[in-house]
Design a protein around this ligand. Structure first.
Ligand SMILES: Cc1cc2nc3c(=O)[nH]c(=O)nc-3n(C[C@H](O)[C@H](O)[C@H](O)COP(=O)(O)OP(=O)(O)OC[C@H]3O[C@@H](n4cnc5c(N)ncnc54)[C@H](O)[C@@H]3O)c2cc1C
Length: 332
């Protein structure tokens, strides 16, 4: 939309761009807490990712993956090319947000939660947005909501029953993401000389990634992201983060040979994604109503990073084709 000259104001409740591609910066290490890697299938997305790869913001990772369960560790090889952000996953969203700064007609506001949408008075078209404590954020012809469907529904439920129904039809799965930072490197494991990511066959644990093996983080101390199984996450959803972190760490420990001694822990924690991913892929890329409300994001298309980007891109192009009076001022 920015490239097509449309006035856009972007609000995000988080401190920076990232969403489910967020990274946590700790004093000694940077940990990816959402997506660890992503794949590329669509030629349009490939073009973006290649440009980011040339800039050093995206790199191929992991190089060496294993699978671990009762039968031990086995090397996992598939032909799928996977990417990550460098030097952290949120470097990608930061770069995309930075690219917006060259457009004078685009404004971005972080740390700003859109709390409500109302119709402006005097029979005017469009939507008035307000933040927490009823702070007005402005009036816009069109509002695009990219939040996960349950959060989008809370904003539009009162105004658009059809879009609200589309949101409630898109159930979301939850996921706990644990992390651990060690004082010294992990010891080698039997015949495994080097590993970067581990697919766990465990009731609690799904995926382990070694953050310091990701491009641009070679100088950080050893740290792991511990992604939980979705069923387990939902059973543990309301448990304290400390308890969840200990359980995920114990699950990882159980996949190692008993005689291995693990290094001292500097930090152990967990982040809860209440809305981590759509439970089933959507069939539309985005939704738009005549009232000037639109929904997009991964849940409308699939459940992957690529789906999120394509959904936004396709909606942006569709809105740009609308008569100008519909989208003079758009908020996202
Ligand atoms: C643990 C985990 C593992 C994953 N693994 C993979 C993987 O291996 N491969 C893959 O391709 N994908 C993976 N994904 C999915 C991928 O991260 C998402 O599909 C993608 O990042 C979603 O992008 P989005 O823009 O649709 O939504 P989001 O990234 O959720 O963005 C929504 C934004 O809306 C903001 N927001 C919400 N409500 C408000 C409000 N009221 N006011 C203002 N701002 C608001 C949020 O702060 C957020 O920045 C994973 C996700 C998680 C959580």
């Amino acid at each position: 939309m920015a490239e097509r000259g449309i006035n856009v104001t972007l609000f995000d409740k988080a401190r920076g761009p990232g969403g489910r591609m967020a990274s946590k910066r700790r004093p000694s290490a940077t940990l990816d807490l959402g997506a660890q890697t992503f794949t590329v299938r669509d030629a349009r997305f490939l073009q973006l990712i290649e440009s980011l790869e040339n800039q050093g913001v995206v790199a191929r990772w992991p190089g060496v993956s294993f699978e671990a369960g009762n039968a031990g560790w086995t090397r996992l090889d598939d032909d799928q090319r996977r990417y990550t952000g460098a030097p952290r996953m949120s470097a990608i969203t930061r770069e995309l947000a930075n690219r917006l700064t060259r457009f004078k007609h685009v404004k971005t506001h972080f740390d700003t939660r859109v709390q409500a949408l109302t119709k402006p008075g005097d029979g005017q078209r469009g939507w008035a947005l307000c933040a927490d404590h009823h702070q007005p954020l402005g009036t816009f012809d069109t509002v695009v909501i990219t939040a996960p469907p349950p959060q989008a529904e809370a904003l539009i439920g009162e105004w658009d029953p059809v879009l609200a129904q589309a949101c409630s039809a898109r159930a979301q799965r939850s996921c706990w993401a644990g992390y651990v930072v060690f004082k010294t490197p992990l010891p080698p494991i039997d015949s495994v000389i080097h590993w970067e990511s581990l697919h766990a066959r465990h009731a609690a644990l799904r995926l382990v990634s070694r953050n310091h093996t990701k491009p641009g983080r070679e100088h950080q101390p050893e740290s792991l992201s511990l992604l939980a199984q979705l069923d387990w996450s939902e059973q543990m959803l309301e448990r304290p983060a400390g308890e969840v972190a200990c359980a995920l760490y114990a699950a990882f420990r159980s996949l190692l040979p008993r005689d291995i001694e693990l290094p001292d822990i500097v930090e152990l924690g967990a982040h809860r994604w209440r809305y981590a991913q759509a439970s089933a892929p959507g069939h539309e890329s985005y939704l738009y109503s005549e009232q000037g409300l639109a929904l997009c994001g991964e849940s409308f298309r699939g459940s992957r990073v690529e789906d999120a980007w394509l959904s936004g891109r396709e909606l942006g192009n569709a809105l740009a084709e609308l008569p100008e009076s519909y989208r003079n001022q758009t908020s996202v």
